[in-house]
Write a protein that binds this ligand. Structure first.
Ligand code: SIN
Length: 494
């Protein structure tokens, strides 16, 4: 089934470039077995892709919104029709359980459908006139060629979350998917081509991240860069695009607090924590990173969460019943292990997990840590693994100070039944997204993005398309302010 969609190639300026001598290997994280090869491209191929994108973008922008929408709808239908092979491919290169891969394909298609519809509603404005002899308008126009750099944790949804609004707005895209997961992006490109994507409007570059990144950030034809990934790389991209003053959308790292108040429905909070913490083996930017639990419910919550976590099935993603797949790499698993070791060294209590999994690295046991404190690395760094650190608090003030005590500002969560507290906390949390009594907040319908060092820009929703549009102010002089209605009335009276 994987062979149905796996294409060992790159897609540059409308051509599929087969692998040659210079290649990158892609491995299945479930067992380290080679999955396939892709060409190792560099600056020259990137420049060619950008030039083709600039040409294709002009005629794409000149088409009607309806035509662009039709192409996106056909792409969406094709993705849905290929749900099973795409999900199998995604699991093979990324490792997540097949059920989660299927859900990700649905999520990816939902962005395409959403923006097929949203692209038909890009409307400008007519402003109140400031003088009688001129009219003021606002036009919305595509930003032009967009560079998109996508991560390995959602190899399908992060691609469509950027490409669909870009195409709907009339932009072209040069995409650099993560080196670990190029095949899902290439499969999506094949389906887009079949759906009628004009030649050159999309390129998918595989290869040397430094060389491709250098061209994407320096080339003046690229007008915008959209990146999902670490804050560290986000900072480098801000610096690298300064010379050409590109628009940026950055969805960077998180450090989500998950607060359980004393009046919370504890069973619901445990389920929410499981969804938020263990989705994709804890490898999402919106995963609960610190579980802050009120003193009076701490023991009950810790006991129930530990029971749930200890029962989770860790296995290769393709195995039926798998709930937690391997991490993306042994290096990632070793880093997660070092966070647990640091916490235990500093006095955290191991409630479950924390030992090597029988399948070996990169499989990591779901782990719950008690008595975690704010100085531990596990509370300060984005974990990106199935580790749930529990911290105590005694008052609302303390919970808020702990929750906001981070430079990250992506997602946050809390559970309470007090409606007053619900609104107070929703407003006081310094994060771009808040889940109140909900551990799973991601949807194409809502604006996804952060504040502080989690980045800027929004993806999805009716706001997401704005990141791909420039506002142009148009001032139209209409000559002397003759009152033609008054003149007409006098003519009629005469
Ligand atoms: C991410 O981890 O960057 C995306 C997660 C999501 O869309 O839910």
């Amino acid at each position: 089934m994987i062979d149905d969609m796996l294409r060992e190639a790159a897609f540059v300026a409308g051509e599929w470039l087969a692998v040659g001598d210079d290649v990158l290997m892609v491995e299945d994280p479930a067992d380290g077995a080679p999955l396939g090869r892709v060409p190792r491209l560099g600056r020259a191929a990137t420049a060619r892709a950008i030039e083709a994108a600039a040409v294709a973008q002009r005629s794409w922008a000149a088409r009607s919104a309806g035509e662009r929408s039709t192409m996106l709808s056909r792409w969406c239908d094709a993705i849905r029709a290929h749900r099973e092979p795409l999900a199998a491919l995604l699991t093979a290169e990324q490792g997540k359980p097949l059920a989660e891969a299927r859900a990700e394909i649905d999520y990816a298609a939902a962005y395409v459908q959403w923006f097929a519809e949203e692209g038909r509603r890009i409307e400008g404005d007519v402003l109140p006139r400031d003088h009688g002899d001129r009219r003021l308008l606002v036009l919305k126009q595509p930003v032009g060629v967009v560079a998109a750099i996508t991560p390995w944790n959602f190899p399908a949804a992060m691609v469509t979350r950027k490409l669909a609004p870009a195409f709907a707005a009339g932009c072209a895209v040069v995409l650099k998917p993560a080196a670990e997961t190029p095949f899902t992006a290439l499969a999506l490109a094949q389906l887009a081509e079949q759906a009628g994507l004009p030649r050159g409007l999309l390129s998918v570059l595989t290869g040397d991240p430094a060389e491709i990144g250098a061209e994407l950030t320096a080339n003046t034809l690229v007008r915008k860069l959209s990146f999902t990934g670490s804050t560290e790389v986000g900072r480098m991209l801000i610096a690298a695009t300064a010379g050409t003053v590109k628009r940026l959308s950055l969805e960077l790292g998180g450090n989500a607090p998950f607060i359980v108040f004393e009046d919370a429905d504890i069973d619901a909070a445990v389920e929410g924590a499981v969804q938020s913490k263990f989705r994709n083996a804890g490898q999402t930017c919106v995963c609960a990173n610190r579980l802050l639990v009120h003193d009076t419910v701490y023991d009950a919550f810790a006991e129930r969460l530990t029971r749930r976590a200890a029962a989770m099935v860790v296995a290769p993603g393709r195995d039926p019943g798998c709930e937690i797949g391997p991490l993306i790499s042994r290096k990632a698993a070793a880093r997660v292990g070092s966070l647990v070791a640091d916490a235990l060294d500093r006095g955290a209590r191991l409630l479950c997990g924390g030992v090597d999994h029988p399948l070996g690295s990169p499989y990591v046991m779901p782990t719950v840590l008690g008595a975690v404190t704010a100085d531990m690395r596990v509370a300060r760094e984005e974990i990106f693994g199935p580790i749930a650190p529990l911290m105590r608090f005694g008052s609302d003030e303390e919970a808020l100070a702990l929750a906001n005590g981070t430079d990250a500002g992506l997602a946050s969560y809390f559970y309470t039944r007090d409606v007053g507290r619900l609104f107070r906390f929703a407003e006081a949390l310094d994060f771009g997204m808040v889940g109140a009594n909900s551990g799973l907040i991601s949807t194409e319908v809502a604006p996804f993005g952060g504040i502080k060092q989690s980045g800027y820009g929004r993806e999805g929703s009716r706001y997401g398309i704005e990141d791909y549009l420039n506002l142009k102010y148009l001032c139209v002089g209409i000559g002397a302010a003759d009152d033609i209605t008054g003149a007409a009335a006098s003519a009629e009276a005469a």
